[in-house]
Design a binder for this molecule. Structure first.
Ligand SMILES: Nc1ncnc2c1ncn2[C@@H]1O[C@H](COP(=O)(O)OP(=O)(O)OP(=O)(O)O)[C@@H](O)[C@H]1O
Ligand SMILES: [Mg+2]
Length: 243
């Protein structure tokens, strides 16, 4: 894995030398494609294994009593999620632009999230305040939705059973400011600098790709993402997107 010093050196090399820039860009592209292909190839048979296990469980419910069955199902699901995230992680800088109402997108995401909480019988209090008149936005709708869902999922993971989560959005001059706040366990100061790095997770079953994916998506749109947290009180992720 590259660290910040390596990345700075690479950027300097690319600035100083056009040939190096071309070769490093091609190497990076090649690396991304290889990782995506491997993730994709492993995901296909794994999805078959996962479906077979689910059918087996439906036809023979007694298997649920097997020692470690539940754990195994969770592990298989985790591997499927990891491979999904890995392949989208590598595609997160390639945007498919369209012009759309970001206000509608935010409202849809809020409604889907509220429905998912309801469906799970959750007591989490979710509120959203999306300013009207935010207007149209040019960007990748699917990726922005993925980014927002990652922030909301993290908030949900962080709060207590009766915790609070809010999603707000407003326009300020030429930027759209989206904030996701929760009153969960928060992020200790010593973890703050690493949470956006790929594969950094402090959760038992986390992949550590959610926030790095979110950051790549926001930055590919020319925006910024940052986090502020007072552990035990509240945590806010702020996404600023230029219009
Ligand atoms: N709202 C939040 N409150 C507290 N901690 C958070 C919050 N959002 C992120 N974090 C911290 O940042 C870490 C990295 O988050 P990220 O989304 O990248 O990975 P993850 O959530 O651990 O795994 P995955 O996204 O695959 O479920 C988390 O493990 C968690 O410690
Ligand atoms: Mg996450």
């Amino acid at each position: 894995m590259f660290n910040n010093i390596d990345i700075n050196k690479m950027n300097r090399l690319m600035e100083e030398n056009k040939d190096a820039k071309q070769i490093i860009s091609r190497l990076l592209e090649n690396h991304h494609t290889t990782v995506s292909m491997i993730a994709h190839e492993i995901r296909n048979p794994l999805t078959l294994v996962s479906s077979s296990l689910q059918i087996m469980e439906a036809q023979h419910p007694e298997v649920k009593e097997f020692y470690n069955w539940k754990q195994m199902m969770e592990d298989v699901q985790f591997m499927c999620n990891l491979l999904n995230e890995l392949s989208s992680f590598n595609k997160s800088t390639i945007l498919h632009h369209s012009v759309f109402s970001i206000e509608r997108l935010l409202r849809n995401v809020a409604v889907s999230f509220a429905i998912s909480l309801d469906a799970a019988g959750s007591d989490i209090e979710f509120t959203s305040h999306i300013e009207s008149g935010i207007g149209d936005f040019t960007g990748d709708k699917v990726k922005l939705e993925e980014m927002l869902l990652n922030l909301l999922k993290n908030a949900k993971d962080a709060v207590e059973a009766d915790g609070k989560i809010s999603l707000t959005a407003k326009k300020e001059e030429d930027t759209i400011i989206i904030q996701c706040t929760d009153n969960g366990y928060g992020i200790p100061e010593d973890q703050m600098s690493s949470i956006f790095e790929p594969f950094v997770t402090y959760k038992e079953n986390g992949t550590g790709l959610g926030l790095s994916l979110a950051k790549q998506i926001v930055e590919a749109h020319g925006g910024k993402i940052c986090a502020e947290s007072t552990p035990g009180i509240n945590t806010t992720f702020t996404v600023t997107l230029p219009v």
